[in-house]
Design a protein around this ligand. Structure first.
Ligand code: ZN
Ligand code: ZN
Length: 452
């Protein structure tokens, strides 16, 4: 949700350019887990991706764009440190299934920087913000940023069309009923779609919106109407609805919401769904055991339709800290939260998810030696390898068991803390509920959570 509390910094900051502190050196849980796996199974070894032959990139238009990308403020040394490779990319052809795992990387300084940031962490897919996600007014896409993005994708063998998954702005609510605000939301939305088309990107992921207290059916109809209009104004980009975690006014935390939006979209080829594992779990779709995973996917296929699944925030092997069905969206690192490693094993070995972008949105903030919070991108680099290592792994084998146990142990304290908060809140809610408290309380709960 866009309305996260101010104390929380967004997981990925488009415009913040000042993160020049060195990374913390502590190895992450995933790194240790990966080390275990490598040692025991000796099969998670990454193969370097050669400069592969590239996918065709659509020729973009050149008119009407701003001349130059913003200048960078970083020193050369800081830039070099920032771009040091943290992991080599795994050749997808070397995996037992063609899973394209990546992360939501920074596009600070221009969209083209997302490519280098993806390469740095060994990602085979990536998400990015196309412009500042917390501002209405943004400069147009710069010609040189666009050209660098396209040439960067070509050079590094990324298919922008298949494996780049931009994330929409948190400000945009396509369900907005207020005419002026709806127009503003539409402009920002369609501008993003146009940026996608100029960059050769085919999938665009966004949060469906909020009813703001209005009737759900009317709000859903407004979303669909905005999508229909945006589809007409563009040519190729597929608008990908993300399932949500929230309760109350949030649209998209049930498969039925997504189905109802899609039902009203005229061009069905231009709409899809990105399943956020974290949001799904928080909204009551269990994934923890193979049977639960299967029944969640069966219900998705039955209600929404398998053909609409376009990305997994495999997108996100997001992982959840908050317990099942808590409607809270707090992210933990892979394997350490309430959604354990077995869930990710199920995801990584599910045939239907092949070839889709699968983007990590796990937190990477770490306290540096000086007490300052820094982004530790090594976490992503390691989690990508961890997830890749799960492909074809025997979930009943010693390697998997040991890794699962170690990661769960690392997250135990944090899980205990969150469970306690949730229990307290439910007890409080139960009390209030018996006195007939209304929607205000719910709305407050939504604002507490992280938002990707
Ligand atoms: Zn997400
Ligand atoms: Zn999101």
């Amino acid at each position: 949700m866009p309305r996260s509390s101010p104390r929380k910094k967004p997981a990925v900051n488009y415009s913040d350019d000042a993160d020049v502190e060195p990374r913390a050196a502590k190895p992450s849980a995933a790194a240790k887990a990966v080390a275990n796996i490598r040692e025991a199974a000796s099969k998670a070894k990454a193969e370097v991706v050669p400069k592969r032959k590239t996918e065709p990139v659509p020729e973009p238009e050149t008119n009407g764009e701003a001349p130059r990308a913003a200048k960078k403020r970083k020193t050369k040394a800081a830039k070099d440190a920032d771009s040091m490779p943290l992991a080599e990319r795994t050749a997808v052809s070397s995996l037992k299934k063609a899973m394209y795992i990546g992360a939501h990387v920074s596009a600070a300084g221009g969209v083209h920087n997302s490519v280098a940031n993806a390469v740095q962490i060994g990602a085979n897919s990536f998400a990015l913000f196309l412009k500042s996600q917390r501002k209405w007014d943004n400069p147009p896409l710069a010609v040189d940023a666009r050209d660098s993005f396209i040439s960067g994708c070509k050079q590094h063998g990324y298919s922008a069309a298949a494996h780049a998954l931009p994330h929409g702005s948190y400000l945009v609510n396509l369900a907005q009923a207020d005419e002026a605000k709806a127009a503003q939301a539409y402009r920002a939305f369609v501008d993003d779609l146009q940026r996608c088309e100029r960059l050769g990107i085919r999938l665009y992921n966004f949060h469906p919106g909020s009813t703001l207290g209005d009737a759900r059916a009317a709000a859903i109809a407004r979303i669909a109407a905005q999508l229909n209009r945006a589809h007409e104004a563009t040519k190729t980009v597929v608008t990908v609805l993300e399932n949500m975690a929230g309760s109350g006014n949030v649209i998209g935390s049930t498969w039925e919401d997504l189905r109802d939006i899609i039902a009203l979209v005229e061009d069905k080829d231009r709409v899809g769904v990105c399943i956020d594992t974290c949001h799904a779990f928080a909204a009551g779709h269990d994934l923890r055991t193979p049977a639960a995973f299967k029944s969640t996917m069966d219900s998705f296929n039955e209600v929404v339709g398998a053909e609409y699944l376009k990305a997994f925030h495999r997108k996100s092997p997001y992982e959840l800290k908050a317990p099942f069905n808590s409607n809270r969206d707090l992210h933990a690192n892979i394997g350490t939260g309430f959604l354990g490693l077995r869930a990710f094993h199920s995801i990584m070995n599910h045939d239907a998810f092949r070839d889709m972008p699968m983007v990590l949105e796990t937190p990477i903030d770490r306290k540096g030696p000086d007490g300052k919070v820094v982004e530790d991108k090594q976490v992503w680099a390691d989690e990508i390898k961890l997830l890749e290592s799960l492909i074809g792994m025997d979930p009943d084998g010693d390697v998997f068991r040991a890794t699962e146990k170690e990661l769960q142990a690392r997250g135990a304290a944090e899980r205990g803390k969150i469970q306690e908060q949730v229990d307290k809140k439910s007890a409080k809610d139960a009390k209030k509920g018996s006195r007939g408290a209304g929607g205000k309380r719910k709305k407050k709960a939504e604002t507490d959570d992280e938002s990707e």
